[in-house]
Design a protein around this ligand. Structure first.
Ligand SMILES: *Cc1c(COP(=O)(O)O)cnc(C)c1O
Length: 365
């Protein structure tokens, strides 16, 4: 059978091994997953309660205006509800943006290594990709590449901070870059981990309202999957000027987010204590990962997220990851990005203890 040509260049997404699969395949109990940047503390008790309270609504289609959640998000960012679009994860907003702006005659720009979905959705639209030679965000190089292909580039992704490497531009650098871009080019600021970055260094904080006040061509992306612990519920959002939001809306299918996800997200925004505990735990546990790396002379990227990237010179990460799996520990191998490196999600204290213990034994062998 013949399919659209753009499918030829598209691999089927390979999800990392999940806990049950590892338990089965390797015959280990108590598997821990430090691979998908999920919340170390799990899901907030208040969210679980909200899901239970609303479970009886499962037969109903959700409120397609999503008014309750939009009001909450609008309050949080001090913006209007007409500046918000909600998706099944911020992934889906990236998909909408790609379909709204990209096609076979234009291109998007990103740094050397960034979130894989930018490239995948661009391929759905047969658009070209420009990537800097620098793996992390290098403002100068991004500008040069943009300038060179200015007429072609219609979307730029800045991942603030960057997944899977953890690097993060300063807010001033981000603004400098936005000002450098054409009005017809959308600069998408992927802020999936921005709260983690701002907690560590206020120079990294991206403010959605300030963006709206200053730029018409910026899309701010946020997710409930990481800091708010709702990865399994698939919910995220985008903030932009009304015209851009309305264009994205044309691509959205009705009822794209489930009613229980909407209720959970409202409860998640209300639980400030959970958010604070998540940020504090991550900050403190991150220090242990840095100390561990120094002790074993492993290089790492200074991270502004809830994960850390360890880079290896001699030891092969395929081998390291396989040995860890046998011990019931899942981390993310970055070989598929062409790096002999691993990305480790900062877990809760006990899980990190176990990682340090097992990893040190494997590493010195
Ligand atoms: C996790 C993540 C997202 C969004 O994930 P969803 O679960 O689809 O909301 C977006 N960008 C980056 C960089 C991420 O790491």
């Amino acid at each position: 059978m013949e399919f659209n040509a753009y499918l030829d260049g598209l691999p089927i997404y390979e999800p990392g091994k999940d806990i049950d699969a590892v338990a089965r395949e390797y015959g280990v109990k108590d598997v821990i997953k430090l691979a998908s940047n999920e919340n170390a503390l799990g899901t907030s008790a208040k969210v679980i309660e909200a899901i239970k309270q609303n479970a009886h609504l499962a037969h109903l289609y959700p409120d397609d205006n999503m008014s309750e959640l939009k009001e909450k998000i609008a309050q949080k960012h001090k913006i209007k509800t007409t500046n918000i679009i909600i998706g099944a994860g911020s992934d889906q907003i990236i998909e909408f943006l790609s379909h709204a702006k990209l096609n076979s005659k234009n291109a998007y720009l990103q740094c050397g290594i960034s979130f894989a979905m930018y490239g995948i959705y661009a391929k759905h639209c047969s658009a070209k990709a420009y990537k800097t030679t620098s793996k992390t965000h290098d403002l100068q190089e991004l500008k040069e590449l943009y300038k060179k292909h200015k007429d072609e580039i219609k979307v730029v992704y800045l991942c603030i901070p960057n997944n899977p490497l953890g690097d993060c531009l300063d807010k001033d650098e981000v603004y400098d870059f936005i000002k450098f871009c054409d009005k017809d080019c959308v600069v998408a600021l992927d802020c999936a981990y921005n709260d983690f970055a701002a907690f560590k260094d206020s120079k990294k904080k991206i403010d959605a309202k300030d963006l709206l006040d200053n730029f018409d061509n910026v899309l701010f992306l946020a997710t409930f999957s990481k800091l708010y612990g709702l990865g399994g519920l698939r919910i995220g959002y985008g903030i932009a000027n009304k015209e851009l939001i309305q264009s994205l809306y044309k691509i959205r299918a009705p009822f794209n987010v489930s009613n229980l996800s909407l209720k959970a997200a409202v409860a998640a925004l209300d639980d400030e204590d959970f958010v604070k505990r998540t940020l504090n735990t991550n900050f403190n546990e991150m220090k242990r990962y840095e100390k561990f790396a120094k002790e074993f002379e492993i290089s790492y990227i200074n991270s502004y997220t809830n994960f850390i990237t360890y880079i290896f010179e001699k030891k092969n990460t395929n081998d390291l990851c396989e040995k860890l799996l046998k011990k019931g520990i899942i981390i993310r191998n970055l070989q598929s990005y062409g790096m002999n490196a691993v990305r480790i999600t900062i877990g809760k204290s006990e899980d990190n203890d176990r990682f340090f213990d097992e990893f040190s034994k494997i590493y010195v062998l």
